[in-house]
Ligand binder design. Structure first.
Ligand SMILES: Nc1ncnc2c1ncn2[C@@H]1O[C@H](COP(=O)(O)OP(=O)(O)O)[C@@H](O)[C@H]1O
Ligand SMILES: [Mg+2]
Length: 232
């Protein structure tokens, strides 16, 4: 049994059919990239898994439990966390309060020390307000807020967007370390190089359909696949 099994997932916004029979399987410890042009349906896929968008039909099974159509907070309690594109940290709260608050309602929590071990920069900035953080620090905080709830799987929506290459490099390393300790990650990225560097396997979406699935090694070896589907 895979950690996450998705079959026949269809989602709509109003009357607009956005996702068409999406099928995915993610094993524990895997880092899976979800690639596609702007508007392909990547964010909608993550939101549909997380319950932020209610799927019209389909099967979503997380660690043996069916979660399709469940509320986001229920799905969160089952062990899934979404780090959305807009990062959503509380600007008026300091770093530590942001993390503690995120963990409050979780059935299980990481100790703060473990978070700070993963992100030493956040420890240095623990008393700084959310609004005073750099883009990279905000992204670290957004990921820390997900991790403190001890998830089985984390969905990252464009985590590297707008960040300097050196910060991206750091975050890729942290994500790899997290996967090595047993976390499962689905990452949506426009930064194809970083995504391929991080992920073992990738799905490519086009107009709400999965048009390619395979190991990232293959995509690095044969760039024509990326060219065909992403135009890069
Ligand atoms: N809240 C919304 N209401 C209506 N249409 C939306 C909404 N969000 C996204 N869409 C549309 O759904 C499609 C997929 O969007 P999205 O999942 O955000 O794509 P991606 O993340 O791959 O760029 C796009 O055509 C987009 O315009
Ligand atoms: Mg998106």
């Amino acid at each position: 049994m895979s950690l996450l099994e998705v079959e026949g997932l269809n989602s709509y916004y109003g009357d607009s059919h956005i996702l068409f029979d999406i099928a995915m399987r993610v094993e524990q410890h895997e880092v899976v990239a979800l690639l596609g042009r702007n508007g392909a349906g990547k964010s909608t896929t993550l939101k549909s898994l997380m319950g932020a968008v209610r799927p019209h039909s389909g099967r979503v099974v997380l660690d043996g439990v069916s979660i399709a159509g469940k509320a986001a907070h229920t799905i969160a309690r089952r062990g899934m966390q979404l780090v959305p594109e807009d990062r959503r940290v509380f600007g008026s709260l300091n770093v530590e309060d942001n993390i503690v608050l995120a963990g409050l309602t979780a059935p299980k929590r990481w100790p703060l020390d473990r978070i700070y071990e993963m992100f030493p920069r956040l420890k240095e900035r623990r008393s700084s307000r959310g609004t005073d953080l750099s883009g990279g620090e905000q992204q670290m905080l957004a990921i820390a807020r997900a991790l403190v709830r001890d998830p089985k799987i984390v969905l990252l929506d464009e985590p590297f967007e707008g960040l300097a290459p050196i910060i991206v490099h750091d975050l890729v390393r942290v994500c790899r370390d997290l996967a090595a300790t047993g976390l499962t990650i689905i990452v949506v990225e426009q930064n194809i190089a970083a995504a391929l560097n991080l992920a073992n396997r990738a799905y490519i979406l086009n107009n709400g359909h999965v048009v390619h699935e395979g190991v990232t090694e293959e995509l690095r070896r044969d760039p024509s696949i990326l060219r065909r589907h992403l135009g890069v």
